[in-house]
Design a protein around this ligand. Structure first.
Ligand code: APR
Length: 388
C-alpha cells in the first residue's frame, strides 16, 4: 500500500495548485486523476486571473508563461441594446485582471509537478474513499486493471462538480444550495482574431453574448441559448449571425469569422455545498462551489480555496495546530457567498430571462441604464470584478 500525507483527488487547476503549494512547504502529496494527462492537456478553457491569484501563482514558484502570454485587461465593455459602455477597472480600482488560459495554467502546473518528480496517477478508475472519519483515510482505485490503495492523513476533494469526493459524504452531513438558470450557454473557440484586447459583454433581447480570447490569437465566445438546443442546430452561420446581432455595432464590425475549433453547450448554474469539511476530507474548487461563467470568479475562488487549505495543512503538519483546518470551511464560504452574490447579480443583469415580463423586464432595463450612467455603480461593479 502507498502512503502520503495528503491525497488529492483531481488534477484540474485546484488539485494541481494545492499539490504545488504543499510541495513548496515540504508536505508530501499524491494526486489521483480519472483522465489521462493527454486528455487534460487537450482541454481549452479560458480564464481571468485577479491580482490575488497572480500573487499566489508567483508565490507557488511554478514557472508559467503568464508574462509572455497573459493579456492585461484594464477594463471591459458592456453592450446594451447596441450601445457599448466601458467599465474602466484600472481607473476605478487601481487594479487590472489578466486573461490567461485555465488550460495553460493547468499545463504549467502539470509540467512543474512532473519536473519535481511528484506523483500523479492519471487514468485511475472506480476511486472510492474509505474511513474518512478515522485517522487514516484510504483511497481504493483501479489502474490498468490493478487494484491499488493509497493511505493518507488528509484527503483534498478537488475533483470538480461531478467528482466522487462530495458524493462520498453522507447526504445528511451536508447541505447544497443551487440555482439553475432557465437557459444554457453555447461556447465556441475559433481560429479567429479576438475582437479586441478586452472582454465584451452584451445584453440583448435575443439573449446574452460575450467575446473573450484564448491568448492573443484565438477568439472565445459565448451565446445564451435554450437548454434544449442541440449542437448541430448551431451552424457556423448561425453562430456568427447571432454574434453580429447581439453585439454592439462597433464590436460586431471587428468580428472576423474563422474556423470554429470547438463548440459546446453547458447549463448555467450557481452551486454551493456546506460545510466544506467532512472528517479528514476538505472540498475545494468546483467540487465545493460553482459560479456561472458570466463572472470570472470560478478559477480565482478555486485558487483562493487551496491557498487557505495549504496554509491550514502547513500549520497542522509543522505545529500540530488544527485551528486552520477547523476554520477552513467557514473562511472559504464567506468568500464563496460574496462571489456568488456578484456572479448571480451579473448573470441576472445581462441575460434575457424567458420567464421575465412586464415589471421585471423594466427593472432590468433601469438597472442596466443606472450602471451605464452612474460612476458609483460602475465602481462597485469594478471592485467586485477585480477582487474576491
Ligand atoms: N476520480 C479522479 N478524478 C476525478 C474524478 C474521480 N472520480 N472525477 C473528476 N475528476 C477529475 C476531473 O477529470 C478533472 O480533471 O477532477 C478534475 C477536476 O477539475 P476541474 O473540473 O477543472 O475542477 P477544478 O480543478 O476545481 O477547477 C475549477 O474549473 O470549471 C472551472 O470555473 C471552474 O475555473 C474553475 C475551475
Amino acid at each position: 500500500m502507498q502512503r502520503t500525507q495528503v491525497a488529492i483527488i483531481g488534477a484540474g487547476p485546484t488539485g494541481l495548485m494545492l499539490g504545488a503549494l504543499l510541495f513548496k512547504a515540504g508536505i508530501h502529496s499524491v494526486i489521483l486523476e480519472r483522465c489521462s494527462d493527454e486528455q487534460i492537456l487537450e482541454r481549452n478553457w479560458s480564464g481571468i486571473l485577479e491580482p490575488s491569484s497572480i500573487e499566489l501563482i508567483a508565490a507557488s514558484g511554478v514557472p508559467t508563461r503568464l508574462k509572455q502570454e497573459g493579456v492585461d485587461q484594464q477594463g471591459f465593455w458592456i453592450g446594451v441594446h447596441g450601445r457599448r459602455h466601458r467599465v474602466d477597472l484600472k481607473a476605478l480600482t487601481g487594479h487590472t485582471v489578466v486573461s490567461y488560459g485555465q488550460s495553460d495554467l493547468t499545463a504549467d502546473l502539470m509540467g512543474a509537478r512532473a519536473a519535481a518528480g511528484l506523483l500523479t496517477h492519471y487514468s485511475v478508475e472506480q476511486l472510492s474513499i474509505q474511513e474518512l472519519d478515522g485517522r487514516h483515510p484510504t483511497l481504493r482505485y483501479q489502474k490498468q486493471g490493478q487494484s491499488c490503495e493509497l493511505q493518507c492523513e488528509f484527503v483534498a476533494g478537488c475533483d470538480g462538480f461531478h467528482g466522487v469526493s462530495r458524493a462520498s459524504i453522507p447526504s445528511r452531513a451536508y447541505r447544497t444550495f443551487e440555482r439553475m438558470y432557465p437557459f444554457g450557454w453555447l461556447g465556441i473557440l475559433a481560429d479567429a482574431a479576438p475582437v479586441q484586447d478586452e472582454l465584451v459583454y452584451a445584453h440583448h433581447a435575443r439573449g446574452f453574448a460575450m467575446c473573450s480570447m484564448r491568448g492573443r490569437k484565438q477568439l472565445r465566445c459565448f451565446l445564451q441559448c435554450n437548454l434544449s438546443d442541440k449542437l448541430t442546430q448551431w451552424t457556423d452561420e448561425l453562430v456568427w449571425g447571432e454574434l453580429r446581432q447581439r453585439l454592439d455595432p462597433e464590436t460586431a464590425a471587428q468580428l472576423q469569422p474563422g474556423p470554429i475549433l470547438e463548440r459546446s453547450i453547458a447549463p448555467v448554474r450557481s452551486f454551493v455545498a456546506e460545510p466544506l469539511r467532512h472528517g479528514r476530507m476538505f472540498l475545494a474548487g468546483d467540487a465545493a462551489h460553482v459560479v456561472p461563467l458570466t463572472s470570472p470568479k470560478g478559477l480565482n475562488l478555486a485558487l483562493s480555496d487551496v491557498s487557505l487549505l495549504s496554509q491550514a495543512l502547513v500549520r497542522y503538519f509543522r505545529h500540530h495546530d488544527e485551528q486552520g483546518l477547523d476554520s477552513y470551511s467557514e473562511q472559504v464560504l464567506q468568500q464563496v457567498w460574496r462571489a456568488q452574490r456578484f456572479s448571480w447579480h451579473l448573470t441576472r443583469l445581462l441575460h434575457s430571462f424567458p420567464d421575465q415580463h412586464g415589471f421585471d423586464q423594466r427593472i432590468q432595463q433601469a438597472e442596466l441604464e443606472h450602471l451605464t450612467r452612474s460612476a458609483t455603480a460602475q465602481a462597485a461593479l469594478a471592485e467586485s470584478y477585480v477582487t474576491l
